[in-house]
Design a protein around this ligand. Sequence first.
Ligand SMILES: *Cc1c(COP(=O)(O)O)cnc(C)c1O
Length: 445
Amino acid sequence: MVTSLSSSLGTERKLLTEVPGPKSRALHERRQRSVSAGLTQGFPVYIERAEGAILEDVDGNLLLDLGSGIAVTSIGHGVPEVIEAVSNQVAAFTHTCFMVTPYEEYVEVCEELARLTPGDHQKTTALFNSGAEAVENAVKVARLATGRAAIVVFEHAYHGRTNLTMALTAKNMPYKDRFGPFAPEIYRAPMSYPFRDGLSGPEAAQRAIAMIESQVGAHNVAGLLIEPIQGEGGFIVPADGFLPALAEWAKKNGVVFIADEIQSGFCRTGDWFAVNHEGVVPDIVTTAKGLAGGMPLAGVTGRAELMNAVHEGGLGGTYGGNPVAAAAAIATIRTMETRNLAGRARELGATMLERLHALASQHAIIGDVRGRGAMIAFELVQPGTTTPNAAAAKAIVAHCNAQGVIALTCGTYGNVIRLLPPLIISDAQLADGLDVLSDAVAAAG
Ligand SMILES: *Cc1c(COP(=O)(O)O)cnc(C)c1O
């Protein structure tokens, strides 16, 4: 029934064919005929099974996963607790629509989100299917609760691909190009990007605040929406003090501070949320990705007085908080706690940073190494400059892929390699992945 429990994939990367192999190539041909060309092609190995940090493709190759499906399967693939919770819930019932006839699993996820998100104020939550949907709803709540329209977002931000979230997202290609017109009343402020601006956190915050006050007016701003560590934008960690200064300004001006923790949340950075590292307490937190161990689920958790300002029926959706996804989230949270995956993320981060700093000292194409916990990246440049080197990033990922290692790029300039290993990856598996990565950097440099 559950094949991953009956026979183990083992723990080692192993290639039986060139990758993609013949069966993957045949599937890829089928895909070209039936799947829209608008979707990113990535690394076209077709996956059949996965366990821990290992993916098995249709040709029997065992690949090492350093991407977790973009920070989603942070607890790893094929985790028995999640398989059991999901299987039991599928057998019990799969859908009623929470707005029609409710169920306990939804309520329990909301209780857990209130418990785990920062701050001990009273909080309530609404659940959705995707990160973009969560962000849209956070904006709805902020506007309704404040009676204001403007939303401030940041350079390099990524918040999704729906119409409103395209407007919130910074990068034109590939996310926005020719998809407009975009939603109005979105204002973009400068981000703290220590590698490129050299500003301290308070200086960068002052720059952003000055822009908001002169170009928007604090009294017009409903919400300030920010990824505490930017994901798609390049794993940009703002300088210390940037987030606290913005949160303080928001509080003083009646602006809802919304932390988009969709990529950085759920133990990824070595704590439940990235804002925890600086003691910032957001008014609203959006979550998705790592929350439900691979099932689609997203949350908007905020101060009860904001979330409950909405009239009945103003929030919701057919599938939001689906019982199977909710059961997966409950099991994921329990597993993260019992296995101390936040602690494990810190260990993995220390290992990755040490190796990457050593690599950077040998190879001038690495301009910056950064990140927190198991959300680590390095930025590739033309040696001796800060000029982005996207070609090197592409070559490094291609080298890793050919060796059966899944690695991802990101960044406004496409020149950042990000590492998002499943938090249950073993030391030996991580070392293997970093060896391959080191060879790839040496080849590209
Ligand atoms: C992925 C992501 C989103 C969008 O989530 P989807 O589930 O793809 O809609 C929003 N914000 C951040 C920070 C993300 O990383």
